[in-house]
Design a protein around this ligand. Structure first.
Ligand SMILES: Cc1cc2nc3c(=O)[nH]c(=O)nc-3n(C[C@H](O)[C@H](O)[C@H](O)COP(=O)(O)O)c2cc1C
Length: 208
């Protein structure tokens, strides 16, 4: 039985178009795989452990082989619970609006919590990093108002999908399908662009 984790990084609820496109995928996915389990993580609603002084100290203790303080160990256990929820899935859907050319800060926060040595990645001084979450696949819905692929830098630069795709590869997720609902404010036919993205979401579910 497959397990899908849907990570929603828009705070806009019913107004979010990236969420609606991701939901179209999830609905079609549920129809196709009725036995599968779907978990939904709404990053603007669900709380995450703070990843500040204590967590950074806990991480550096792991890197340097030092024992964590009790406070660091407690924080590390909280981070582990967030990671376990991530790693429990074998399939993912992410919806990610562009915010200031990058990803919304809650998604970066979640990435900083789950991306830990020995959990999400390994490191070898000769070979470099290796992702540990192999054999999984992801669908990613990107939305943006002004930026679109091929525009000049005056309309924005993509640190959004480039960052996120690289992070997926970093943790070992290389089977990735992308849907773009980008430049949706500038598009001559926003409704047509939206309908196309919804159709792509349904087609992606049929092939997942
Ligand atoms: C805080 C914030 C920052 C944004 N920054 C950008 C940006 O840098 N470039 C862009 O093209 N659109 C930007 N937008 C527009 C959103 O990416 C766009 O409206 C997107 O479709 C929203 O997706 P959603 O409906 O799923 O929330 C921004 C929107 C917000 C709220």
């Amino acid at each position: 039985m497959s397990q899908l984790l849907h990570v929603n990084s828009s705070p806009r609820g019913g107004a979010s178009q990236s969420l609606a496109i991701a939901n179209a995928f999830v609905d079609a996915y549920r129809t196709r795989k009725p036995e599968s389990k779907v978990d939904t993580l709404s990053l603007f609603e669900d709380s995450l452990p703070e990843f500040g002084t204590v967590a950074a100290g806990a991480k550096m203790a792991v890197f340097s082989g030092q024992e964590q303080t009790p406070e660091q160990a407690d924080l590390w256990a909280q981070a582990r619970a967030v990671f376990d929820r991530f790693a429990a899935a074998d399939e993912y859907v992410f919806n990610i609006p562009m915010w200031n050319a990058g990803v919304p800060y809650v998604l970066k926060h979640w990435i900083d919590v789950v991306s830990q040595p020995g959990w999400a990645f390994g490191f070898d001084p000769a070979a470099g990093y290796s992702g540990l979450l192999t054999g999984k696949k992801a669908l990613v819905v990107y939305s943006s108002g002004v930026y679109a692929q091929g525009v000049s830098a005056a309309f924005g630069v993509d640190f959004h999908s480039t960052f996120f795709l690289d992070w997926l590869r970093f943790v070992g997720i290389t089977d990735v399908t992308e849907i773009r609902f980008d430049g949706n404010v500038m598009a001559a036919d926003p409704a047509g662009l939206y309908a196309k993205a919804l159709a792509e979401a349904e087609a992606a579910a049929a092939a997942f």
